[in-house]
Design a binder for this molecule. Structure first.
Ligand code: AMP
Ligand code: MG
Length: 376
């Protein structure tokens, strides 16, 4: 394991970074560097930025989840990102910028709505889809003629993007299909040997990925729910719609965000959501836990603090107070990964109300559960 704090890294001489394991498989010596979210050492950011400018990959913290960064304007970097994640190359990447006016360099014509949204929500967890400029390679956009742009609300991320040249393509820093990483150690788990560096500033604040809004339609469409909610966007833009593929499992329409057709956030065991009247939900979850334990399976449950005494399970994960949806959002992906570490076979969780951040939480939970939901 290679783990440095930022001062140790600065004292080290540059090491040979690449060893060949087999003919095609390059194993990288991944540097895992702890940095503070605020005022990180400029030299560390410069080192990370140089890696990006030389065509390498660096994972970095944002306010939503950890991103896996490469030069957005270099097609070879995009290819490396897809390879490191094991991600299908038709699933486009989000381009991260560090100042609002930079969107003009990668977007063909910035719509007026984008300036209004940037003013209100940037820096922050909102990604806008617009027509791409020619300088953005097709590899970065999964072959689409649109580009996704975001300006994150995280000082270390902004400093790193600036040092990297201003345009960092970054999907979430997990192996494709696994829960997005909310801690540096999960990035290390998935990306060690595959990328040059991990910038680790501890647990992220929000825990679910950015809201994605498509501004290329007459009426803006939310392609992925996040911390910036439908209501917040409607307040600024007026009419806004939700992509029909967002919450339904049996929608026949092809998704506009190509990533939405792929299995996501999946724990290795089976996750089931139970929805309905609160008392009946508790009863059903208790019954299912008992049944599975009787079959010799390892069980897990996700509960609020008030409900932790209600269940008997091998692993009980507490998210926070019942009404604290931000805590559920922040802890969901970590809990799914912990269930994997504990080799849990069957996991249960109650459905949450789909207002505010609850919509993003339910969207991620439904995907993690492969849309398995029991109504009681
Ligand atoms: P991730 O980086 O893992 O959060 O994934 C990025 C998400 O943004 C994926 O679901 C992509 O499909 C979506 N996305 C990125 N660029 C575009 C685009 N040009 N049009 C629609 N969706 C996009
Ligand atoms: Mg992702």
């Amino acid at each position: 394991m290679v783990c440095y704090n930022q001062n140790e890294l600065l004292r080290r001489k540059p090491a040979a970074r690449q060893k060949k394991r087999e003919i095609e498989v390059v194993v990288l010596d991944t540097k895992w560097v702890k940095i503070p979210a605020h005022n990180p050492d400029l030299q560390v950011l410069k080192t990370a930025g140089e890696i990006i400018q030389n065509g390498g990959l660096v994972a970095f913290p944002t306010e939503t989840v950890y991103g896996l960064g490469g030069d957005a304007l270099n097609p070879e970097s995009a290819k490396k990102i897809y390879a490191a994640k094991g991600r299908p190359s038709d699933n486009p990447l989000i381009v991260h910028i560090c100042k609002t006016e930079d969107m003009e360099k990668i977007v063909r014509e910035v719509p007026a709505q984008a300036y209004v949204l940037a003013e209100r929500f940037w820096p922050g967890p909102l990604t806008m889809i617009m027509k791409k400029a020619d300088c953005v390679p097709a590899e970065t956009t999964g072959g689409l003629d649109t580009v996704a742009v975001r300006l994150p609300d995280h000082p270390a991320a902004l400093g790193f993007i600036r040092e990297a040249g201003g345009f960092v393509a970054a999907p979430s820093a997990n192996t494709s299909g696994r829960p997005s990483p909310t801690l540096g150690k999960y990035v290390y788990e998935d990306m060690n040997g595959r990328i040059e560096m991990i910038l680790d500033s501890g647990e992220v604040g929000i825990g679910v990925e950015s809201t994605i809004i498509d501004l290329t339609e007459d009426i803006p469409v939310i392609l992925r729910p996040g911390h910036v909610t439908l209501e917040m966007l409607q307040e600024v833009l007026g009419e806004v719609c939700l992509d029909p593929t967002m919450l339904e499992s049996d929608c026949q329409q092809a998704p506009k965000a190509p990533g939405m057709k792929y299995r996501h956030y999946a724990p290795r065991g089976e996750l089931v959501i139970v929805s309905g009247d609160r008392a009946k939900v508790s009863e059903k979850i208790a019954e299912l836990l008992e049944e599975k334990r009787g079959q010799g399976l390892k069980t897990g449950v996700i509960v609020s603090r008030e409900e932790q005494q209600l269940y008997k399970a091998d692993s009980i994960k507490v998210t926070g107070e019942r009404t604290d949806m931000a805590a559920v959002a922040r802890s969901l992906f970590r809990i799914l990964r912990e269930f994997d570490e504990e080799q849990i076979d069957c996991m249960y969780v109650q459905a949450f109300p789909q207002d505010g951040i609850g919509q993003a939480v339910m969207n991620r939970m439904l995907k993690a559960a492969g849309h398995k939901m029991i109504e009681v």
